[in-house]
Design a binder for this molecule. Structure first.
Ligand code: GSH
Length: 227
């Protein structure tokens, strides 16, 4: 059993990448200490431990440093092999979870940012692209996980639930900050997955508070002053 002080997480409260790591640590019952990072004035600790990307999250496990949320999740899963496991035992099942986690980070996250930074026609186009990306995602998930997502089949969060849910469960805050009335019926499987994930106690306890997140997004992307 690790002592609480052995595990530190450099994080920012609003970062979905950090939420992933917190979900994994909590799910596995691992005690940890959070060190809140001001990304506008990065600490020497962050610059020392993630000098390559200078981003949160960073996990400090005893003397070891682990960066990049997906790598941290796998590290946690491999170090704490007590149940529940985040990734499946079967290599092919694992490869599918990793494939869609990668798709989510490369496509969904990039497309969401595009919506935040654009306006008018350009934003409408970005929303259309976002919807198409989600459609491909939905189809891929139902093809590759015909029994349902790890969450639906085991009723405990799995790797993909954590990767996707950490950002996707905040969709109401994203659209509220953007003042966009997104037609969720276009991607019914995705949004009902997010809604059921949001209801879980661990997710509820770990996601940033809705109103605080809306305010943060508006501030970060200067949305109040955008016409
Ligand atoms: N690929 C990274 C992304 C992490 C990331 O983008 N973190 C943001 C906060 S949400 C950050 O630290 N940004 C600081 C910066 O870009 O200077 C991961 O999965 O951990």
């Amino acid at each position: 059993m690790e002592k609480k002080s052995d595990i530190k997480l450099l994080r920012s409260w609003f970062s979905c990448y950090c939420t992933r790591v917190e979900l994994a640590l909590k799910l596995k019952g691992i005690s940890y200490v959070c060190i809140e990072e001001d990304l506008g004035n990065k600490s020497d600790l962050l610059l020392k431990h993630n000098y390559v990307h200078q981003k949160v999250p960073v996990l400090l496990h005893n003397e070891k440093t682990i960066a990049e949320s997906l790598i941290i999740l796998e590290y946690i899963d491999e170090c704490w092999t007590n149940t529940p496991k985040l990734l499946p035992d079967d290599p092919y099942e694992r490869s599918k979870a990793r494939f869609w986690a990668n798709y989510f980070d490369q496509k969904y996250m990039a497309s969401l940012i595009k919506i935040f930074v654009s306006k008018d026609k350009e934003q409408e186009k970005a929303i259309e692209e976002f919807s198409e990306i989600l459609e491909v995602f939905e189809q891929g998930i139902s093809r590759d996980f015909p029994q349902g997502t790890p969450f639906n089949s085991h009723n405990s969060l799995g790797f993909l639930d954590i990767v996707v849910g950490s950002a996707g469960c905040n969709y109401k805050a994203f659209f509220e900050a953007l003042r966009v009335d997104y037609p969720v019926e276009k991607n019914p499987n995705y949004f009902s997955w997010m809604d059921s994930l949001r209801e879980g106690p661990l997710m509820k306890d770990t996601l940033p508070p809705h109103d605080k997140l809306v305010a943060k997004i508006k501030e970060k992307f200067n949305l109040e002053n955008k016409s």
